[in-house]
Design a protein around this ligand. Structure first.
Ligand code: NAD
Length: 436
């Protein structure tokens, strides 16, 4: 099939590349000229495990190309994907200007039937708004389909190639047929393609993200309570996760959810509910608790240093909002850095993939290390904000030699408590009351 993908961010580039991988001819279009030029030269603009191999293979086999020319990109496309940003507006509602703007541009260019697929995360009713844009600008027949994306950054290729489910919101038989053909190679193991109306499809994505954010937030509160009652959140986690109704995944406490999706999507769903005079109380609590959770690690640091961080120096391991990505959008590390700096401390940070993004954002406000050990030089304490595998089994003796002391505040519960006691470290983590 001939496909156009508008927007080549984390979702658009993965979508375009993975669709090319099954033999489709894909043209990706973006307004960011520099990014497009890089991709045209075979330079991948994001870090996503496994994506580079597929990206280069499909470019070299001429199934994947990049342009800034929308007219050229969509001319022969049977299906046009929109993978555009839907950032929070000033009041927290999703800003649909990218989607509706692109829809208007496309509507003025098409001359034959197209399926317009929205992959972005959008409020209920967006498909209707997109349809209205087309109806206002062209007599050419289109079907507007909601096809939310559930990929997780860090495992995006795997998620796209083998999705748990594909959700397709449309009432058009013609669009349904095309979408079924397109997705057939990805659901060969029997996972379902779920057809539904556009509104249910749009709400499914928000409901999924809001549910996951609620699950994390619930565990964060359990962890906070564990600390007060001297219980161990790891034991509680295993105890409840063994129940199939609860499940083992997404039960790890930490520093609050971050990233480009959960914060904005929880907020947007809450606002969407408000617009329909519904008070979605759980989501409001989730947002409040999550804000508070961002403070727990630096609160512990402040307590340890008796409220005074002036002149103190901290090593920070982990900047990306989660492992296996370079994405630092709404990362807990940003909050930690900001608060340490506000308290008069200095910071040296290291992340396996997020360094370029953080340098672009923070410039010379902090120091940067070339590896995790270099970050420890002269640090009064180490803080851990992302659970990269490379941090899981470090050389503690080497760490002590470089740091000159043994103080770790771990927001990701990477180390065994007893081991840290045996090694003589002061080690403070989340929801585990044994502090050496
Ligand atoms: P992103 O910010 O990484 O990428 C968006 C891209 O769109 C950028 O490259 C930008 O230059 C481009 N763009 C903006 N306006 C354009 C236009 N008019 N024409 C062409 N290109 C344009 O965004 P993302 O993380 O890929 O997210 C896209 C959507 O998918 C959002 O709605 C998001 O909520 C949703 N989503 C994201 C994820 C994720 O993990 N990142 C997962 C599922 C769903």
């Amino acid at each position: 099939m001939k496909i156009a993908v508008i927007g080549t961010g984390y979702v658009g580039l993965v979508t375009g590349t993975c669709l090319a991988e099954t033999g489709n001819e894909v043209i990706c279009v973006d307004i960011d000229q520099l990014k497009v030029e890089k991709m045209q030269h075979g330079i991948i603009p994001i870090y996503e495990p496994g994506l580079d191999i597929l990206f280069l293979r499909n470019i070299s086999q001429k199934r994947l190309s990049f342009t800034t020319d929308l007219a050229m990109a969509i001319k022969d496309a049977q299906i046009i994907f929109m993978a555009l940003p839907t950032p929070p507006g000033e009041d927290g509602t999703a800003d649909l200007s990218y989607i509706l703007g692109a829809a208007a541009d496309v509507s003025k260019l098409i001359t034959s039937y197209k399926v317009i697929v929205n992959k972005s995360t959008v409020p209920v009713g967006t498909a209707d708004k997109v349809k209205a844009v087309f109806e206002a600008n062209t007599a050419v027949e289109v079907d507007v389909v909601s096809n939310p994306e559930f990929l997780r950054e860090g495992v995006a290729v795997e998620d796209f190639m083998k999705p748990d489910r594909v959700v397709i919101g449309t009432k058009s038989e013609k669009a349904m047929k095309l979408m079924t053909d397109l997705y057939a190679p990805y659901v060969r193991s029997g996972n379902p393609i779920l057809f539904m109306d556009e509104k249910s499809s749009e709400l499914t994505k928000y409901a999924a993200n809001a549910f996951l954010a609620t699950k994390i937030t619930f565990m964060n509160e359990i962890a906070n309570l564990c600390e007060l009652v001297h219980a161990d959140v790891d034991a509680v986690r295993l105890g409840i996760g063994s129940d199939d109704r609860i499940g083992k995944r997404f039960l790890f406490p930490g520093l609050g959810y971050g990233g480009s999706c959960f914060p904005k999507d929880v907020q947007a769903l809450s606002k969407s509910a408000e617009e329909h005079q519904y008070n979605f109380q759980i989501l409001k609590a989730v947002m409040t608790v999550n804000e508070k959770q961002k403070t727990v690690l630096v609160d512990k640091v402040l307590k340890y240093f008796k409220g005074n961080l002036k002149g103190k120096h901290f090593a920070l391991w982990g900047l990306a909002f989660k492992p296996e990505t370079d994405d630092i959008r709404e990362a807990p590390a940003l909050y930690i850095i900001n608060r340490l700096l506000l308290n008069g401390a200095t910071v040296t940070a290291f992340d396996p993939e997020g360094m370029n993004n953080i340098k672009g954002l923070l410039g010379d406000r902090i120091n940067y290390a070339n590896n995790q050990y270099e970050a420890l030089q002269d640090a009064d304490a180490l803080l851990i904000a992302t659970e990269w595998s490379v941090f899981r089994n470090p050389d503690f003796e080497k760490m002590e030699e470089i740091m000159g002391n043994k103080v770790i505040f771990d927001g990701r519960n990477l180390y065994d408590l007893q081991k840290m006691v045996d090694l003589g470290y002061y080690y403070n983590s989340i929801g585990r009351s044994l502090i050496s």
